[in-house]
Structure formats: C-alpha cells, structure tokens
Design a protein around this ligand. Structure first.
Ligand SMILES: *[C@@H]1O[C@H](CO)[C@@H](O)[C@H](O)[C@H]1NC(C)=O
Ligand SMILES: *[C@@H]1O[C@H](CO)[C@@H](O)[C@H](O)[C@H]1NC(C)=O
Ligand SMILES: *[C@@H]1O[C@H](CO)[C@@H](O)[C@H](O)[C@H]1NC(C)=O
Ligand SMILES: *[C@@H]1O[C@H](CO)[C@@H](O)[C@H](O)[C@H]1NC(C)=O
Ligand SMILES: *[C@@H]1O[C@H](CO)[C@@H](O)[C@H](O)[C@H]1NC(C)=O
Ligand SMILES: *[C@@H]1O[C@H](CO)[C@@H](O)[C@H](O)[C@H]1NC(C)=O
Ligand SMILES: *[C@@H]1O[C@H](CO)[C@@H](O)[C@H](O)[C@H]1NC(C)=O
Ligand SMILES: *[C@@H]1O[C@H](CO)[C@@H](O)[C@H](O)[C@H]1NC(C)=O
Ligand SMILES: *[C@@H]1O[C@H](CO)[C@@H](O)[C@H](O)[C@H]1NC(C)=O
Length: 731
C-alpha cells in the first residue's frame, strides 16, 4: 500500500473527527486550530512584542493566553494561529480589527502516488551549474533535513551573506555549516528540524546540494550527485511531520521572509486551489515577492485530469514535472521476438533468459487470484489498490517468476523506475496492449525479462509526466499555468540513511534515493532561479521568471514537439512555456517585468472585493482601475475567446544588447486571427522598455487553439505561448 497517502488520509480523518487540541483542554469543548487574520497594522507590525500583544488581545479573557497562540504571523499577514472553540471565534469576530478566521487546512507533499522510488542517478547534464548560485539563500518549506548528509557538506562554500538572520535549531549546533545555514522546526509535534520522512532532504539536495562523488543506490548508477545551484546556501523550514498543517506552513513562510532568504521552494499544496485571497500560500508569497524573494512551487500531482493545477498565483513560478532521457532499462522479451523497453531499478544479473509461460494476473492485488502464476511471467496492471512494488510482493508470494507491470490508459507512457522484489519491468500502456494482443494470438505465450542497466538518450524526453497537474488554473484562467516543466520523474537525490527505502520487503538503506513528483521538479527550478539571481542580482522575481519562461524548450531530443504521457504533442495546459533551459535563461534578451503594484489592477479584474484585494496586498485598496487577467504583463498568454476583437498590451525590457532590433512572428493558433503591432521593436539602450499590442479575433469559438509568438533578434529568441480558450468553458 501507499504509506504516505494513507498517513495523509488518516490525518485528515483525525482532523475532522477529533478536534481536541492540546492537553490543557480537558473539558468537552471542541477546540480546533484556527487561522485568524487581522487588519493590516504598519506600526504594530514593525515591533514583534507589540504584535504578539495585539494578537493576545483577541483571545478570550479567561484563557491562558500564551498557551493558546501557536504562532503570531507578521509578513504573510497580520494574524495568528490559535486553538479556539467556535464560540470563542464568534466572540472574537466582534472585536475591532478582526478580519477573518477559519480552521486550518492540511497540505500534501507532492511526491507521486507511490511514495518512494529507488534507482540510479544521472547528473542533470543540461544545466549550467558551474560554480553558481553563490551568495544566494534558498529556503525550503518541507519535512526537515538530514544535517550531516554528504550533500550538505560545505566544502568550497563561502560564509552566508551578512543580511542572514536565520537560526539553527538542531541541538547540535555544528549540524549547520556554510552550506546548511539555517534549520528551523515548525512542525506540530516534531522536536527538531531533522527529516523523518526523506522528502525535505531530497528536495534540498536537488536545489542546492554540494558535490558528492560516488553517489549510487546499492552500487547501481555510480556517479557525482550535485544540486542545481551547488554554491547556494540552504535554509530548511520544517513544516511537515506526518502531514503539513497550514498554521505550521504559514509560520515557516513567515520566518523565511523574516530571515532573509532569496528563493523559496515549496513542494506542497492543497488538493484544490481556493480563490487567491483565501489561499494563504498565495497571500504569503505575495509578501515574499514584494521583498524581492523568488518563489517556486509544485503544480500538484493530480494530472492528467485538466483543471487540476494549484499554486498558480501569477507571482509564483508554478512547476510541472517531466521525464529525463535516462532509462534504467528492462526489456519485456516475447516468444514472437518482440521486445518492449520498460524500467526497473532492481536489475538482477542472474535472471534466466529462458522464455517462461506468460499469464495475465490482472491487477495483481490479491494473492488468492494468482493460483495460476507459479514459475511464470505475470502481466499485471498498475490499476487497483496496491502500490506497484507491493504488487510485486503479491506476485512473488504467489510463486511468480517475474512481473511485467503495464500502465493503465491514464498513466500512458510515464514509467517509474523502482526497486522491485522480483524481476520486473514497468512498461507503457501502449506496449502493454501489444503484449495482450500477443497473449490472445499465441497458443502458448511465453516471455522473459532482460535487464540492460542505465541507458541515456531517450529521444522522447522530456515528456510531461502523467501525474503533473494541468491547467487551466481555476481561480485565474486568464494566466496560463503551469508556467514551466522540469525534471520530476525518477530523480535520485539525497536521502536519510536512517529511513529505509519503502519497498515491499527489502530493507534497503541508501544515502541517495529515487523520488518522482512535481515535488521534485519544483526545487530544480528553485535552483535555476538561484543561478539566475546570482548572475543577475538586480533582476526582480518577475524578471527571473520571464527569463526562465521565454527561453524554455518546446521540442524534445528527437526534434519533435514535446509530448505528454500519451506520446501526442503536449498542450499548453500541460507544458506551460515549455521545458526549462537554464543556460538560455541566463541570456533572455528581453524580459517581461512586473512590479508588485501591477498585481493590484489584476486582482481587481478578478472581481474580488476591495477587502479581498487588500487581504492579499496587505494595504487598503480601492479598486478604481482594473485590467482583464490576460492583460497582466505576463510572459505567456491565456486569452478567452470572445466575439469582439481583444487587444492586450505587453511591455518588454531590453536586457540583451544595447543596440538591437526584434521582429515578431506568430505560429499556430488555428481559428484565431492574431495581429501584433508594431512588428519590429528597436532598442538603443540597456533596460530600455518597448510596448506592443496583440489583437486576437476569434474565428472559431468551439475549439481551444494554441500557438506562440516569437520576438527574434540576431542573437535572441523570446517566445510566448498563447492559449485561446472557448469562453463557455470558463465558468
Ligand atoms: C499557561 O501556559 C503556559 C504554557 O503552556 C504555562 O507555562 C503556564 O504555567 C500556564 N499558566 C497558567 C496560569 O496555567
Ligand atoms: C555558466 O554560467 C556562468 C555564470 O552565469 C557563465 O559565465 C558561463 O558562461 C556559463 N557557461 C556556459 C557553458 O553556459
Ligand atoms: C538531540 O535531540 C535528539 C532528539 O531530537 C536526541 O535524540 C539527541 O540525544 C539530542 N542530542 C543532544 C546532544 O542533546
Ligand atoms: C564509484 O566510482 C568511484 C570513482 O569512479 C569509485 O572509486 C567507487 O569505487 C565506485 N563505487 C561503486 C559502488 O561502484
Ligand atoms: C539470484 O541471486 C540472488 C542473490 O544474489 C538470489 O537470492 C537468487 O535466488 C538468484 N536467482 C537465481 C534465479 O539464481
Ligand atoms: C480477486 O479476488 C477477490 C476476492 O479475493 C475478488 O473479489 C475479485 O473479484 C478477484 N479479482 C479478479 C480480477 O479476479
Ligand atoms: C467581472 O465582472 C465583469 C462585469 O460583470 C465581467 O464582465 C467579467 O467577466 C468578470 N470577470 C471575472 C474574472 O469574473
Ligand atoms: C495599443 O493599443 C492601445 C489601445 O488599445 C493604444 O492606445 C496603443 O497606442 C497601442 N500601442 C501600440 C504600441 O500599438
Ligand atoms: C471549429 O473547430 C471545430 C473543432 O476543432 C471543428 O470541428 C470545426 O470544423 C471548426 N470550424 C471552423 C469553421 O473552422
């Protein structure tokens, strides 16, 4: 079974059924952790003593104040988390300065449905991480960190910048060093920032792990492990134990802003996206962005269903997950000579290549259905309730010799490399169908599995992983989300050796471990942002984001359009601007910049009330001017189809050559007439701005239509995808 999902599910059940909180409330009143928001208060907020005092004044007078407040929040918003009864909240609502209160939510970490994957490591070769990320601090909100892991050694690291105010809350202070410069614990019930899950250790090392030679899993895939920004500093904010409570997550975010991080990586989120004013990660990261902090978030693992992307506020980089070009190859070899390449991180060297009878075990969830498999190769489907590796355990118990594990339709071609308990290959849905056809046609179907080790150079890569959440982003469909995709399948990174790899029956422990999920792609992009921030300290978060998006790749290694799990060209709701290309992002030519105050007319255009907008931007706003969502100066376009021609203005800033000229071309967009004016943008100075208009006239309302515009100069190519969607599907 999928242990992490179960633990999250159990916690949700506990949260709803047993509301008692803390041991000092022994009577029968139901207490819950509420998140209370108060009016913004400039003076009070600058002094933390006054702030706490203000927050205490909202509590019932007869209660033991200091034990009731879990956290006082300052940056994310003025407010606090406290154990309260609904009656107490009702009393509180009468006090002046009160804005809102609601019970906290639970966030999930964004690993895929099966919590752990074992395997081999490939250095992330496309990425220029040479000596980079220097002077940049990446803060992660996650499950903690393993301090003495080799990935967090501080060889070659400079001292942290002077502005750093963070803390090391390990009881052994030498656990922090020049690489791991801060570690704090906000996880309810946890004693220290030490990682008891593995997730936070993995994401931290992906973003900014130092060089570790001879990294491997159980002797496999020996090589050098390194994060994307090897010279960046790491600060861990532990906000998860068995799950991630909202009050803890906000407290971690508040502290990261206070401590002075430059980049925040958040690989967790809610199941569904609330409106931005009620999404406290959106609200809190707005404060971060205002202070120049770049925020990378996972897009969620609810794909391939559309309309599932979360963490989509326009000031966040929303990251989907893709495959890499490495396979841990295991061939399914059939009696008719056909071979289908799948993957397995368990690569036995002594498996007989003799063809064995091949039988169907359906979902292979239950040993009582597998009386016919002894000594045979068993075809199993990933559907059903057991995890992939647990199905292997079932087949092994039933006496099966090997397993061919085929995807279902929705998982398509996304293959996970895992440490199975018996000879196994995990194959795509299409290949599985071919094998079923063979089994129907052959009188005595036979097969074997042939293990081929690590192969690099899969021409289909990158493909969008099936689990990567898809747009449109419900709370604001006029912003194209996800923004970008990055490596998120079979990623090997640091792992606490104290935690056993979660396989059905092996007790494999290793310093490096395979995981898949948008949780894994998010810290890759946080690392890229750190590289860019280090190379361009004057770039705003929006500028860094624009550089990443307009230079992304949209063709795969085989020179075809990037595909999704169906192996059909991916649409923009899966792909966003494309697959990150860090070296190109370092030199984008033009950027689409956005100042914090530019988001106000955008938020007003979402038809939020003045109070709702004020709650996000944390100052009194009267919505006088508003813009349609698609008018925000975003590096991509998501445009509702409309009977009348619509015009959107974009402003680009020249960060390439002082004297340069860019000409525009429009690609794709069937059923839509797109006109760009002017057609040439000329620059005579760096940081000079120029504006252009895009006018969209709909010819065919029924279909989505997709395409892009490219502004090209001699040296640069600045690409913006355009999604024009049928108006009706919006609401
Ligand atoms: C109030 O709670 C704090 C923290 O739990 C505790 O130290 C203190 O003794 C309590 N005071 C009273 C009067 O119960
Ligand atoms: C790598 O990045 C550094 C710093 O931005 C840059 O100077 C160097 O040219 C880059 N190297 C490559 C191969 O792109
Ligand atoms: C540090 O804390 C851990 C529990 O988090 C404990 O097991 C360990 O003994 C402590 N070490 C020291 C030196 O206090
Ligand atoms: C990994 O490679 C290094 C250097 O190439 C070598 O010294 C080491 O023995 C190798 N380890 C394994 C487990 O193969
Ligand atoms: C292969 O080797 C493993 C251990 O090295 C052993 O447990 C297993 O029985 C062997 N399998 C065969 C088919 O010889
Ligand atoms: C497997 O066995 C269970 C009972 O153990 C039964 O309910 C189920 O229908 C069987 N599934 C298949 C595919 O035969
Ligand atoms: C906001 O309200 C206006 C006027 O009712 C409407 O035209 C527009 O579509 C609404 N925008 C959104 C994002 O709902
Ligand atoms: C863009 O369109 C607006 C009106 O929608 C107009 O005022 C402006 O001059 C146009 N800008 C350019 C560069 O064409
Ligand atoms: C509009 O798009 C739909 C769906 O792609 C297509 O079936 C139809 O033929 C198109 N109509 C026109 C007029 O192009």
């Amino acid at each position: 079974m999928d242990l992490k999902l179960i633990s999250i599910f159990l916690c949700l059940v506990l949260l709803h059924s047993s509301k008692a909180f803390g041991d000092h409330f022994t009577n029968q009143i139901d207490f819950e952790t509420y998140i209370v928001r108060l009016e913004f208060h400039d003076q009070v907020l600058s002094n933390s003593k006054d702030l706490h005092h203000l927050h205490l004044s909202f509590l019932p007078t007869n209660s033991n104040h200091s034990s009731r407040i879990l956290y006082s929040y300052r940056h994310v918003f003025n407010g606090f988390a406290a154990a309260l009864s609904s009656d107490e909240v009702k009393e509180m609502e009468k006090k002046p300065g009160f804005v809102s209160a609601r019970p906290q939510r639970v966030f999930q970490m964004h690993t895929t449905h099966s919590p752990s994957f074992l395997g081999l490591h490939q250095n992330v070769g496309l990425w220029n991480a040479s000596n980079s990320g220097k002077g940049v601090i990446i803060g992660l909100l996650d499950s903690g960190i393993t301090p003495q892991h080799p990935s967090f050694n501080d060889k070659g690291m400079p001292n942290p910048p002077d502005k750093w105010k963070g803390k090391c809350e390990f009881n052994v202070t030498t656990y922090c060093n020049k690489k791991l410069i801060g570690a704090r614990n906000f996880a309810l019930g946890a004693l220290s920032p030490a990682d008891e899950d593995g997730h936070g250790t993995h994401t931290s090392s992906t973003a900014a792990g130092n060089f570790v030679d001879g990294a491997n899993f159980l002797g496999n895939a020996n090589g050098t492990a390194v994060g994307i920004a090897p010279r960046a500093h790491v600060a861990m904010y532990r906000v998860c134990s068995i799950d991630c409570q909202e009050s803890d997550v906000i407290a971690g975010l508040d502290a990261a802003i206070e401590d002075g991080v430059d980049v925040i990586s958040i690989s967790l989120g809610l199941k569904l996206p609330p409106p931005l004013y009620n999404d406290y990660l959106a609200v809190g990261t707005y404060s971060a962005m205002e202070k120049g902090i770049f925020v990378s978030c996972s897009a969620g693992n609810s794909g391939p269903t559309t309309d599932t992307v979360i963490n989509g506020a326009p000031w966040i980089l929303t990251v989907g997950a893709s495959t890499t070009d490495r396979k841990i190859s295991a061939l399914a070899v059939l009696g008719n000579g056909a071979k289908y390449e799948g993957e397995s991180a368990f690569q036995p060297t002594n498996f007989s290549q003799k063809l064995l009878p091949l039988v169907n075990g359906d979902d292979c969830d239950d040993v009582s259905n597998l009386s016919h498999v002894k000594g045979k190769i068993v075809l199993c489907s990933v559907s059903g309730y057991q995890s992939r590796t647990d199905k292997g355990g079932v087949v092994k118990n039933a006496g099966g010799a090997g397993m061919i594990l085929m995807n279902d339709d929705s998982r398509g071609s996304t293959i996970i490399s895992e440490y199975h308990v018996l000879p196994t290959t995990h194959i795509s849905y299409n290949d599985g169908k071919m094998i079923i056809n063979y089994m129907k046609s052959a009188s005595k179907p036979v097969a074997t599995i042939s293990f081929k080790g690590t192969r690099i150079g899969d021409k289909h890569a990158p493909t969008v992983a099936y689990f990567s959440s898809r747009g449109p982003f419900d709370p604001s469909p006029g912003i194209l989300k996800p923004d970008i995709i990055g490596p998120g399948v079979n990623i090997l990174a640091a792992w606490p050796t104290s935690i056993e790899a979660e396989t059905a029956s092996t007790s494999a422990s290793s310093m490096f471990h395979f995981l898949s999920g948008t949780s894994m792609s998010c810290p890759h992009l946080a690392g890229v942002a750190a590289l860019l921030k280090s190379a361009h300290p004057d770039w705003s978060p929006a500028a860094i984001k624009s550089a990443i998006m307009t230079t992304a790749d949209f063709i795969n290694l085989g020179n075809d359009p990037i595909q999704d799990e169906t192996l059909q060209p991916s649409d923009l709701f899966s792909l966003g601007s494309g697959h990150v290309n860090p070296s190109r992002a370092n030199d984008p030519g033009l950027i689409y910049d956005i100042q914090p105050e530019d988001y106000i007319p955008y938020l007003c255009g979402l038809n939020y009330t003045d109070d709702q907008v004020s709650a996000i931007v944390k100052k009194k706003v009267h919505c006088k001017s508003s813009i349609p969502q698609s008018e925000l100066n975003y590096p991509s376009f998501s445009i509702p189809k409309d009977p009348s021609a619509q015009t959107y203005t974009r402003t680009v800033t020249n960060v390439g050559e002082a004297i340069s000229a860019y000409a525009v071309k429009v690609f794709g967009l069937k059923g839509v007439e797109v006109t760009v004016t002017p057609k040439i943008l000329k620059f005579t100075a760096l940081n000079q701005k120029a504006s252009y208009n895009v006018t969209v006239k709909t010819l065919n309302f029924t279909a989505h239509s997709e395409g892009y515009i490219i502004w090209s100069s001699d040296r640069h190519s600045v690409r913006s995808p355009i999604e024009a969607f049928p108006h009706v599907s919006l609401i």
